[in-house]
Write a protein that binds this ligand. Structure first.
Ligand code: 3HC
Length: 303
């Protein structure tokens, strides 16, 4: 059955090579997913060799884990590793059919990246963004071919979260949209077409929940009480653990975007900002027995 809003699948273009801009956590998870499921070459780029090597190293380590768990056969593991490469130059995208960016969540950075990629790719190459909160329309508007841009938003951890939000900008071509839906299917994800509104659908809902927890925390409820109270409520993860997993700066950025778009329905936490300013990226640290606890250094800052 054709997903709501998806154009005729026959319009989809073949994708024989994928580019990923960025080699951070989300980008590396995407590179692994595309190589594993599409079985096509995937090249990742970042601003320096160290970042690129870290991204490729992440993919190799995840493949080794899948191999150890017998989720991947040895030949598939070797093939997946061989399909993923890295480069510091966007020239590596010259023959790509589909390039997805997963760089820092800042409109000017994303626009710059798209302009640089457009300068090296073919006119048919699709430019996708994994943005979680920014306007896809704004990202496309200054390009020579804005019709090639589509939002393709995945969730962390990419390997296990089944959803992808697809975003159509006003000029997005039907063939581009059809390709995105076709790719989502090949990647074994459930695709939904969402409006190009701040944070689309899922993060709007998630951030209301996280906003209430951080508001309780900012109002004086101890962090562990506000957070762990939600554990027996059937959530797969407590809100602060989730914030730590996506990264506190990313979580803060999304809440700021939502606050700018929708006002006080979305809370921007002063305490969360204080943690970020203090260099804390996550809140809960793993314990040797497999549990999680707030490190003492963080507790000192929180009280
Ligand atoms: N990478 C790859 N695989 C992972 C993983 C990761 N980071 N984390 C967990 N997994 C796999 C495990 O290996 C395991 O697979 P297996 O069955 O083959 O061994 C499976 O997922 C289940 O993991 P666990 O048994 O260890 O743990 P849980 O049952 O608690 O599930 C979870 C882990 C799936 C991460 C679950 O806690 C969950 O769904 N959490 C909520 C995640 C969420 O809401 N994400 C959205 C964040 S918002 C976002 O990303 C938007 C962004 O743009 C800001």
């Amino acid at each position: 059955k054709r997903p709501a809003g998806a154009p005729d699948a026959k319009l989809a273009r073949p994708v024989a090579k994928v580019g990923v801009v960025g080699a951070g956590l989300m980008a590396s998870q995407l590179a692994l997913l595309f190589a594993r499921q599409l079985k096509v070459p995937v090249v990742m780029t970042d601003i320096d060799e160290a970042r690129v090597a870290k991204g490729v190293g992440y993919v190799h380590a995840e493949v080794d884990k899948l191999l150890a768990k017998k989720r991947l056969a040895p030949d598939a593991a070797a093939r997946t590793k061989a399909l993923v490469s890295g480069s510091v130059s966007k020239e590596a995208f010259a023959d790509a059919d589909f390039v997805i960016e997963a760089v820092f969540e800042e409109l000017s950075v994303k626009k710059q990246v798209f302009a640089e990629v457009e300068a090296v790719v073919s006119p048919e190459c699709i430019l996708a963004t994994n943005t979680s909160s920014l306007s896809v329309t704004a990202m496309a508007e200054d390009l020579e071919h804005p019709e090639r841009v589509v939002g393709f938003h995945f969730f962390n951890p990419v390997a296990v979260m089944p959803l992808v939000e697809i975003v159509r900008a006003p000029k997005t071509d039907d063939a581009v949209l059809a390709t995105a839906f076709g790719l989502a299917r090949s990647l074994r994800k459930t695709a939904v077409l969402v409006k190009d509104a701040a944070a689309f659908v899922v993060n709007r809902v998630l951030l209301r929940l996280m906003g209430e927890v951080t508001a309780a925390f900012d109002e004086g409820t101890p962090a562990e009480v506000a957070d762990l109270s939600l554990k027996p409520m059937g959530l797969p993860m407590t809100p602060f653990t989730l914030a730590a997993m996506v990264g506190l700066p990313v979580a803060q950025h999304v809440s700021e975007s939502l606050h700018a778009a929708f006002g006080n329905r979305f809370h921007v936490s002063a305490n969360q900002q204080a943690l970020i300013d203090a260099g804390i990226r996550g809140l809960w640290a793993p314990t040797p027995d497999g549990g999680h606890e707030i490190p003492t250094s963080t507790l000192t800052l929180l009280r």
